[in-house]
Design a protein around this ligand. Structure first.
Ligand SMILES: NC(=O)c1ccc[n+]([C@@H]2O[C@H](COP(=O)([O-])OP(=O)(O)OC[C@H]3O[C@@H](n4cnc5c(N)ncnc54)[C@H](O)[C@@H]3O)[C@@H](O)[C@H]2O)c1
Length: 316
């Protein structure tokens, strides 16, 4: 039995990880609830092997409390919004880079054995023309969010060599599924909830990206955690499938039985500043660890839309 700290454990991916880890580990969650919800972890609150600390990765005091006797850190806390990182770069830096650096430094002082970091395969490579994109591709991020993820990855590399901590950067595809409160599917659902007859899509609809269903992302994370045997491992985490934004719009409209809704594109190549138009990460390394996806993307989109309907309601 290990003691695992999940930063951002009340958030979307983090809380699904907690659901899985709690079966065999002591789990500590450090989350400031700026984006996550206590209700995502409510079912664990009374368990002896669970501890929730409402606090920030930017506070050394909170980190010290959270890291007591911890063996493994799964670092999922972040300001996750690319658009906000473009509007407020220094604020984004203070959470995503300085906060992460404080966590790494406190982890070193507390003799943590292993750190897995939620990086982003959709943003660190930027606009590469190498598809599918392998882990060896140079970083050329086009958003501050992607730059921050890349910076933290560099420190994981140095920390693994200097202090002997086993480290992995999980370069996630776009993750979808229950409890997610951001991203393109969430935005489409909320727009259609406000106006079921029309869906405005930012961009020309031809943006095409790697996606993955959340339960597969959790399985892949645990698979990597079991397989790092030393040093530093950067690894792409995706399903191997990609979806066009126009197809996602159709799937959301179909899942809501709104076949009559007009889908209108704003027309630009990029949806917003910092949006990478095509992402297609190579998952050969992940597959070589014996991992396989279990949920097809189109099914994943439908399951997620059903969860949105059950959670927020939908009248048409
Ligand atoms: N969802 C995706 O598609 C995706 C893709 C690539 C990478 N990631 C990364 O995975 C991680 C989890 O993302 P998510 O989609 O679950 O987002 P999320 O917003 O649901 O989860 C992030 C959590 O971090 C918490 N948090 C934010 N700032 C904090 C701080 N200073 N101290 C403590 N907690 C803080 C939030 O309250 C939230 O619970 C993030 O690092 C994100 O950048 C997500």
């Amino acid at each position: 039995m290990s003691r695992v700290l999940v930063t951002g454990g009340a958030g979307f991916i983090g809380s699904h990880l907690v659901d899985s880890l709690i079966e065999k580990n002591d789990v500590v969650v450090l989350d400031d609830l700026s984006g996550g919800l206590k209700s995502n972890i409510e079912s664990h609150m009374s368990k002896d092997n669970f501890r929730f600390i409402k606090g920030s990765i930017t506070s050394n005091d909170d980190l010290e409390r959270a890291l007591e006797d911890v063996d493994i850190v799964l670092h999922f806390a972040a300001q996750p919004d690319v658009r906000l990182s473009v509007q407020k770069p220094y604020w984004d830096f203070e959470i995503n880079v300085v906060g992460s650096m404080k966590l790494l430094d406190e982890s070193r002082k507390n003799d943590v054995a292993k750190i897995l970091f939620a990086s982003s395969g959709g943003t660190v490579y930027g606009e590469t023309d190498e598809f599918p994109t392998p882990e060896s591709t140079a970083f050329r991020p086009i958003s501050n969010y992607g730059a921050a993820k890349g910076a933290v990855e560099m420190y994981l590399s140095s920390f693994s060599t200097l202090y002997g901590i086993k480290c992995a950067s999980l370069r996630f595809a776009n993750i979808i599924g229950s409890r997610s409160t951001h991203g393109v599917i969430y935005d489409f659902f909320m727009k259609l909830k406000r106006n079921p007859s029309r869906l405005e899509v930012l961009g020309d609809g031809r943006q095409e990206k790697s996606y993955m269903y959340v339960s597969d992302a959790v399985d892949a994370t645990l698979c990597v955690s079991q397989n790092i045997d030393g040093g530093y491992l950067p690894i792409n985490i995706g399903s191997g499938e990609r979806l066009k934004v126009s197809r996602i719009a159709e799937l959301v409209v179909e899942s809501l039985n709104l076949e009559e809704a007009r889908i209108e594109y704003t027309g630009s190549k990029r949806g917003w500043a910092g949006d990478v138009v095509i992402t297609d990460i190579d998952i050969s390394l992940l597959k070589s660890l014996g991992w396989q996806p279990k949920t097809s993307l189109e099914n994943g989109v439908r399951k997620y839309v059903q969860w949105l309907v059950n959670t927020y309601g939908f009248d048409n």
